[in-house]
Design a protein around this ligand. Sequence first.
Ligand code: ZN
Length: 259
Amino acid sequence: MTTSPAEPAVERRLGYGPPMQSLRGRKTAERVARQIVDHVKQAGLVAGDKLPGEAELVARYGVGRASLREALRILEVDGVVEIRLGPGGGPYLAEPGAQSLGQLASLHLQFAGGTYGDLMKARGLLEATIAEHAAAAASPEALERIKRVVAMEELELGGGVADVSFAAQFHRAISEATRNRVLALYSESLAIIVRTLTARTHLRHAFDTTLVHAAIAESISRRDPEAAGQLMTDHVRRYSDEIVNRQEPGFLDEVIAWL
Ligand SMILES: [Zn+2]
């Protein structure tokens, strides 16, 4: 690096960073964003609650309108705040979750050159671990929820329509049964990116899927981690090898696209 702090203009021209002024503005906005999050925690606000209006926030944090808007924009991108328009509009607290994390991960993976094949391998490893943990940790209520979802899948299949959303709910119910929020959040974030694959392939294997889901649910219910893990490993592998690879040859070698 040949530029020195004495040459900010050169640095700017070469694109090494934003002008100092806006960098400072960005830092102020990030500080305010963190203060808003602290306030949300202290005040015990939950998703759907309205945040104070712009004038009140400007006064409370002693910043300019531009910095406040930038702070809200940061929180909006991170999925923490939702800006509603129209009467009664303004900043509302949203629930940051798998959607925003999955989108962010897809951006990082696009830059890192991660492929959909990598995604499915990671998905298989994670889901198998989750199934094992669920078999050991699931509460009776969680087991009930898993069974209910499988029953819905079977019902849907009986009607001749396989709804992929029940399949997604099945995986979510299992990840929640681990009682480990880190596993659950990462599983769901990957599931958001996996949707790119399910959107391009059709589930002719719906019958198989429901059978396998029922078998996984059964092994979790009888608290058999080894069987649950193995069934899940095979399930994810079959999806990528037999469905994705056959319907869309080459898809697994594609680099993940930003959602
Ligand atoms: Zn599945």
